[in-house]
Design a protein. Structure first.
Length: 124
């Protein structure tokens, strides 16, 4: 059994916020669970070549723009799920951080970070 809390999760500055990673590849479960903060007023162009990702909003507000250019409001109680390599743009509101519980399949190694300085979609 693994028991972790925010103080024992691995903290990673992912690019526009903080990812508290509870389960990693080394734990052997095959998936990662994170508690992720997206800083207020930030926008991140993201895609994942290796992973599927599902995000459930527990606090804050924002939006995600999908590969078809459609905008989806993200607020507490909203889940969005992404296929591998599906580009998207995640934006937190200007007023408050966005907080998401995320699941990645397969599991993350734990040290992945985004490079958001490029015009390209950041990937890990």
């Amino acid at each position: 059994m693994i028991v972790r809390n925010l103080s024992t999760a691995k903290n990673v500055e992912w690019g526009n916020g903080l990812s508290r990673r509870f389960l990693l590849k080394e734990d052997g479960f095959g998936y990662t669970v994170t508690d992720t903060i997206v800083r207020a007023g930030t926008s991140s162009r993201l895609a994942y070549n290796r992973n599927l990702e599902a995000c459930y909003c527990i606090a804050g507000r924002g939006e995600v723009i999908d590969a078809d250019g459609e905008t989806h409001v993200i607020e507490p109680g909203t889940l969005y799920a992404l296929e591998r390599s599906e580009p998207h743009c995640l934006t937190a509101s200007r007023d408050e951080d966005l907080r998401l519980v995320c699941v990645f399949l397969p599991a993350l190694n734990g040290d992945e970070r985004h490079n958001l300085d490029s015009e390209q979609y950041s990937q890990y």
